[in-house]
Structure formats: structure tokens, C-alpha cells
Write a protein that binds this ligand. Structure first.
Ligand code: HSE
Length: 400
């Protein structure tokens, strides 16, 4: 029997305890032995709950107990999660986590520490919730050179964009609905401004390049500026608007960004709607692969966390190698990225029709005071030069 401790009894922590209980037979079969939750750490009390007798408020009880072999960090945030995880590894305990903020910021250090101690620091649930993506990248796609990854990596924003597209509602109305349903936080900044997706694409990028991609260096744009009128144009173009996290490796040059994009039916991520996540990878041998599933939620995320626990039970004091060095990966300047651009303009601004080589010119019957163009593909530097000093632009969205 292996003893574990769960740090945090929120949505994911309670999901981990529930998953271990509900699927105990199948989990025991795969792990080769019983997994016992010896402690749950939380500041709150949970009278009458199944973990009442396991609840502790002091982390020292856990970290100083030699019977605990695995610590499951599902508290979220970077502090004290970082200090707790580091101390656990230093004291000979493997750690798994769902915490993308922790992994994006301290991944290389914690991976190196686990390696040095012949332990493991695993984080399958930190990207794509329940979707297996970290393990496939490390163990299955490791034959390939991954040329690019494109992902819908944030469920909250995908829910908002899907509702706006399907119901014609405004961003503000739909955000309130997402908050009422518990998808978006009271402070939705990390989701709607793209920072959550930036951390996730930084983690995936670091794993495919083996060097540290700093999420702070990824040009990040969220969905706050997407309007119901943009959605009407997207429909007229046969496209949907999706918040994409992207990383490209072209001849050793790394391009990475998070931004809303218009994508059409031919794109693998077109059908990824509501709170679902989708991740498309392209390898030089395998070609395109798509991973799809629940990117958040109690039991889907718990499923990924428990898969890490099983791996750690099977590799107790044997490090599973993860190549993610602290050496910084150099990202190409955003001005060198390329795209097609959708631009909405006031009708009086005729010159936008000739400012670029355009693929499409579009008007909507119920919005006679404006029109839109879709440009041919160009770099951001070229596009920025073309719109410099121009007024009357209502919105700009990249087009795939
Ligand atoms: N806030 C995140 C999302 C939770 O909406 O995708 C899962 O990481």
C-alpha cells in the first residue's frame, strides 16, 4: 500500500479523492498496489465529509511523515504551492500537480530537483484538464520533430465564444452567463485575457523544444474585444472565432502566441465548442494529430491527476525523464509572425480597400455604416505599416 497526501480539497482535490474511491479496483490493478489517501490538507474544515478524519491544517504533518510517498498538489496559485512542492521533493516525496501556474513558472527547477532526487514531478492535468497531452508528447510523439502545436486551451473562453457565435449574444452578457455557471471566475482576467492559455502553450512548447519558453514573453491577446458584430462577419465568412495558443518551430526559429483567430471548417479545431479543449500537433513523421476532450472540470481533471499518481507509484524512486531545461528558448519577435487579417472599418474610410492585397471584401446588410476586408497573408510588420496612422478601424482579428 502506498500513502499519498492531497494538498487542497477544492474542486480538483475532492475529485481526486472521489476518483480514487470510485475506480479503486481498476486503479489498484494498474498501480500494482492500493493507494491510500493518508492526509488531505486544507485550511477549511469539512465536518461529515469522507475525508474528515484525514484532514490536517499543518503541512509539516505531511512533509515530515516518512510514510507519505506521494504529494498531490491541487491547491492552485504559485505560493505556497511552490514552497510545499519543493519541500516535498527535498524530503524524498514525488509530486504531481494540476497547477499550470506553478508548472509554467517553476517547471524546469522542480523537474531538475525531482531528477536529482530520483523522484518524479508530473503535471498531466496542467494542460487540457483531462485530455492526455503531456504524456503523449513525452512518450509517444518523442520520435517526431514537432513542427507546431495549435490549441484551444481554455474552456471558459471557448464557452463564451461558442455562445456568442450560436446565440448572437454580446461578450458582456455571455461572460455573466459563464460566471453564473461557475466556468469563469469572479475575476475572469486569467481566462479572458489569454494568460491561462499562454501558460499552457508555454508548457507544451517547453516540452517539445526541451528549453524553457517563458509565458511572459508570449505575445498574448484575449477575447475582450470580440463583439457580436465580429461573430456575424465570421458566420458570413463560414468561419468561427477561437482563442488559439500557437507554437511553431520553423528551421529552429520559434514563434509563439495566444490570440483570437477566425478558422474555417477545414481547420481541425473548428468543431471544438463549448467548454471543450482541442490540441492539434504536427510532427515530421506522424503529420497531424488531434487531442480532444474536457479541458477542465472536477472528474476529468482528477482523472489526469490520478494517472500521474499511478505512474509515480509504478516509478517510486525511479525518475521518469522529462527534458525541459532551464535554458531559455528564444522566441522570434512578434512582428515577424505572419497571418491573414480581418479588418472592420467605417464605410467612410474607402482607402482600406486598397491598402492591402485583399482576398475578400464584405458588407453586412444590417450594418451599412461599415465594411470588412480579409487581407492576403503577410507579416505583422507589413500589416502594422499598412494600418499605421489610419483611423476608423473597428476591429482586427487574425484569420487562419
Ligand atoms: N480556467 C481554466 C479553463 C480551467 O477555463 O480552461 C482549466 O485549466
Amino acid at each position: 500500500m502506498i500513502n499519498i497526501a492531497v494538498l487542497g480539497y477544492g474542486t480538483i482535490g475532492s475529485g481526486v479523492v472521489e476518483a480514487l474511491d470510485t475506480n479503486q479496483e481498476v486503479i489498484k490493478d494498474h498501480a500494482g498496489q492500493e493507494i491510500n489517501v493518508k492526509y488531505v490538507l486544507d485550511l477549511r474544515d469539512f465536518p461529515g465529509s469522507p475525508i474528515e478524519s484525514k484532514l490536517v491544517h499543518d503541512y509539516n504533518v505531511i512533509v515530515n511523515d516518512p510514510e507519505v510517498d506521494i504529494v498531490v498538489e491541487v491547491m492552485g496559485g504559485t505560493h505556497p504551492a511552490y514552497e510545499f512542492v519543493k519541500e516535498a521533493l527535498e524530503k524524498g516525496k514525488s509530486v504531481c500537480t494540476s497547477n499550470k501556474a506553478l508548472v509554467a513558472e517553476f517547471g524546469p527547477e522542480l523537474i531538475a530537483l525531482a531528477r536529482e532526487k530520483s523522484l518524479n514531478f508530473l503535471f498531466e492535468a496542467s494542460v487540457g484538464g483531462g485530455i492526455p497531452i503531456i504524456r503523449p508528447i513525452l512518450r509517444s510523439l518523442n520520435v517526431d520533430t514537432i513542427h507546431h502545436i495549435t490549441g484551444i486551451l481554455n474552456g471558459t473562453t471557448n464557452f463564451i465564444l461558442t455562445k456568442m457565435y450560436e446565440e448572437g449574444s454580446t461578450y458582456e452578457e455571455t461572460l455573466k452567463e459563464a460566471q453564473a455557471l461557475g466556468y469563469a471566475e469572479a475575476d475572469p482576467t486569467a481566462d479572458v485575457d489569454g494568460f491561462d492559455a499562454a501558460r499552457k502553450i508555454a508548457i507544451l512548447s517547453s516540452l517539445i523544444y526541451g528549453k524553457n519558453v517563458d509565458f511572459n514573453e508570449i505575445t498574448t491577446e484575449g477575447i475582450r474585444n470580440i463583439t457580436d458584430v465580429d461573430m456575424k462577419y465570421a458566420k458570413a465568412l463560414g468561419k468561427k472565432i477561437k482563442l488559439l495558443g500557437i507554437t511553431y518551430n520553423i528551421d529552429g526559429k520559434i514563434y509563439s502566441e495566444v490570440a483570437p483567430h477566425m478558422i474555417d471548417k477545414k481547420h481541425m479545431l473548428y468543431m471544438v465548442d463549448d467548454v471543450m479543449n482541442g490540441i492539434e500537433t504536427h510532427g515530421n513523421l506522424l503529420g497531424d494529430t488531434m487531442f480532444y476532450g474536457a479541458g477542465a472540470g472536477k472528474l476529468p481533471t482528477a482523472s489526469a491527476v490520478v494517472s500521474d499518481i499511478i505512474d509515480e507509484v509504478k516509478h517510486l524512486h525511479v525518475n521518469i525523464p522529462i527534458k525541459w531545461d532551464a535554458e531559455p528558448a528564444v522566441l522570434e519577435d512578434h512582428s515577424t509572425h505572419w497571418s491573414k487579417f480581418f479588418v472592420r472599418v467605417d464605410s467612410e474610410c474607402e482607402e482600406m480597400k486598397t491598402a492591402f492585397k485583399i482576398e475578400q471584401l464584405l458588407t453586412l446588410e444590417d450594418h451599412p455604416d461599415e465594411y470588412a476586408i480579409v487581407t492576403e497573408e503577410m507579416t505583422f510588420a507589413e500589416f502594422d505599416a499598412g494600418i499605421k496612422g489610419r483611423e476608423h478601424i473597428r476591429n482586427i482579428i487574425q484569420v487562419k
